[in-house]
Design a protein around this ligand. Structure first.
Ligand code: ATP
Ligand code: MG
Ligand code: MG
Length: 548
């Protein structure tokens, strides 16, 4: 018995196996609606559902819940397949489309009509809503509720044939307009919608609602545990009612708390608005909480799995701190990212007593000896980061100051002899001397300095663009605000057009990840990088920059 996470869903499944409820089978599914790109909340659901199938040697379906033609597109289907595969949730050939079950769903509806359990209603959507009642008041029965089975069968068939305009009729389940559960007050099963479906074309003009369709999809596929988010808890009695009335295979619906992440929004409706209104550069903008955005930002599948594990599976909604996601990626990249030197805000250093050039040896990854070492050219003219020099340093500043010494990583100790400024008083060059006895690893001198800084050779460095990202929103829970767009962080992206990177980075490929020493983890952007000029996205800083 391998070790499984202990959450309440695993406890339910363990018990089902003990009682042989499903004949020992475990079969889960991930059922996205193709009306947008997947986000980190979906990733959590994928990890949960696929993880269960994997841990119990069960099966996992990817199923498109494509019952809503107006909002769905093939582009979304394709992106979802790519994202689920990238996460490593292997659905093999088990990819399904709810719309492929439309005929069977229709036949099931006919069965319910024949049982006197469904009727065609001529009330508008608005009238249905108004007659539904409230938590304290029962609903009002539709005047069409007592149509005969024959009339209902005839009208329903004509609905399908396209005889009636969009929105003019519905098929409703005949349950109980006084039920304390509003979902059981004669819910709509079908609505008329003359719209083209991305997969079915114009074959259908009646479309099933989520409540009617979802249990049928699960039943048809032989799902054992239908895991969904908490807002469907109140819908479970309806899920059960449909399957019981049809007397067909009946999976168990289990609800868990959806993932909410601070400083971002997660509903597809809101994410779509950010894209459409140009607040971000597409669904895969590295600031987006989408799987494609996180991938472009430099997140690994492993980091998302670890994150899902850290968040756990709960029965009560909560807000997860985005710092936990940042922790998960930092932890993963620390192990796998090769180190490199890059200077984001360059100031030139000239070593007045150095001539010629030489190679120094640098460690690729101190966490992974198998990553080896590389050679870096050291030259008379270098760049260091502006922040590593201060003319009037505060107490405790350990880097370069006038007349002070600092070590250049993997190379020598240098001393600042002269500060050159332009007419406006901006520092344009630091004239320094190097101490030839202090080469790293040589052991020739026991001189010690407090600080070590990174650098690149002015002669050999390549220019690159570096993009620094910050949180997309300035407040923890923007979705709770009516004017949520007012809380977009106006400086969530800072573009540095001419950073310098060490020459070993020149041939890196889109998606490759590095730790720029002392600065953070960066990955080569897959959208804007060219062979002439790479673009790097900062995945995450080295430490939580929000800590004091
Ligand atoms: P959204 O509200 O973001 O539009 P949705 O629930 O409408 O999402 P679906 O495509 O229907 O999106 O979701 C597919 C599956 O992913 C569902 O089983 C749903 O419960 C799950 N899911 C969606 N959002 C989250 C979330 N934030 N946390 C966990 N699971 C989620
Ligand atoms: Mg949904
Ligand atoms: Mg939705």
């Amino acid at each position: 018995e391998n070790e499984k996470p202990k959450n309440f869903i695993y406890e339910i499944i363990d018990e089902d196996i003990r009682t042989n409820k499903w004949g020992g089978r475990v079969h889960t599914r991930f059922p996205p609606e193709p009306n947008g790109y997947l986000h980190i909340g979906h990733a959590k659901s994928i990890c949960l559902n696929y993880g269960i199938a994997r841990d119990y040697n069960g099966k996992f379906n990817l199923r498109f819940d494509d019952t809503n033609p107006e909002k769905e597109e093939t582009e979304y289907v394709e992106s979802i397949i790519e994202d689920v595969k990238w996460l490593g949730a292997d659905f093999e050939d088990r990819i399904f489309y709810a719309s492929d079950y439309f005929e069977q769903m229709y036949q099931y509806a006919v069965e319910l009509i024949k049982k006197g359990k469904a009727y065609v209603c001529d009330l508008s959507a608005e009238e249905i809503r108004k007659t539904r009642g409230t938590l304290t008041e029962p609903g009002v029965e539709s005047p069409y509720r007592n149509r005969t089975v024959e009339e209902n069968l005839d009208l329903f068939e004509r609905m399908r044939k396209g005889e009636f305009p969009t929105g003019s009729k519905t098929l409703r389940a005949k349950i109980d307009m006084a039920s304390p559960n509003l979902n059981l007050r004669d819910p709509v099963m079908y609505r008329i919608l003359h719209a083209e479906h991305h997969r079915q074309g114009n074959k259908w003009c009646i479309y099933p609602t989520y409540d009617w369709a979802h249990g049928l999809e699960d039943s048809i596929e032989g799902i054992t545990h239908s895991i969904c988010t908490l807002e469907f808890e109140n819908h479970r009695p309806l899920y059960d009612w449909f399957l019981d009335e049809l007397n067909i295979y009946h999976p168990q619906q289990i609800e868990f708390a959806r993932l909410n992440l601070s400083y971002t929004v997660m509903s597809k409706r809101r994410l779509l608005q950010l894209v459409k209104d140009g607040y971000v550069d597409g669904w895969d903008d590295p600031r987006m909480p989408t799987i494609s955005g996180l991938r472009r930002r430099g997140f690994t599948p492993e980091s998302l799995w670890n994150f899902a594990e850290l968040v756990g599976v709960a029965k009560r909604d909560a807000m997860t701190d985005i710092a936990l996601l940042e922790f998960a990626i930092r932890d993963d990249l620390n192990k796998r990212a090769n180190r490199a030197m890059a200077v984001l805000d360059p100031v030139k250093v000239v070593l007045v007593n150095y001539e010629g050039e030489e190679e120094v040896e640098a460690v690729n990854n101190p966490e992974d000896p198998s990553a080896g070492t590389r050679k870096i050219k050291f030259t008379k003219e270098l760049y260091i980061d502006r922040a590593d020099f201060m003319e009037d340093p505060p107490k405790g500043f350990r880097r370069l100051i006038p007349g002070g010494e600092v070590r250049l990583r993997y190379a020598y100790i240098i001393k600042c002899e002269e500060v050159i400024k332009d007419d406006n008083g901006n520092i344009i060059e630091l004239r320094c001397t190097y101490d030839p006895d202090t080469k790293s690893g040589s052991g020739a001198s026991n001189k010690k300095v407090k600080g070590t800084i990174h650098w690149v050779s002015a002669k050999y460095a390549a220019e690159a663009e570096v993009r620094l990202y910050d949180r997309l929103f300035t407040i923890e829970d923007p979705a709770a605000e009516k004017n949520w767009l007012d809380y977009i962080n106006p400086v969530s992206l800072k573009v540095i057009e001419n950073a310098y990177i060490e020459p070993s980075l020149k041939d890196s490929k889109p998606g490759e990840i590095f730790q720029f020493e002392r600065q953070g983890y960066f990955c080569v952007d897959s959208k804007y990088s060219t062979p002439e000029k790479l673009v790097f996205n900062r995945t995450v800083t080295l430490k939580d920059s929000w800590a004091k």
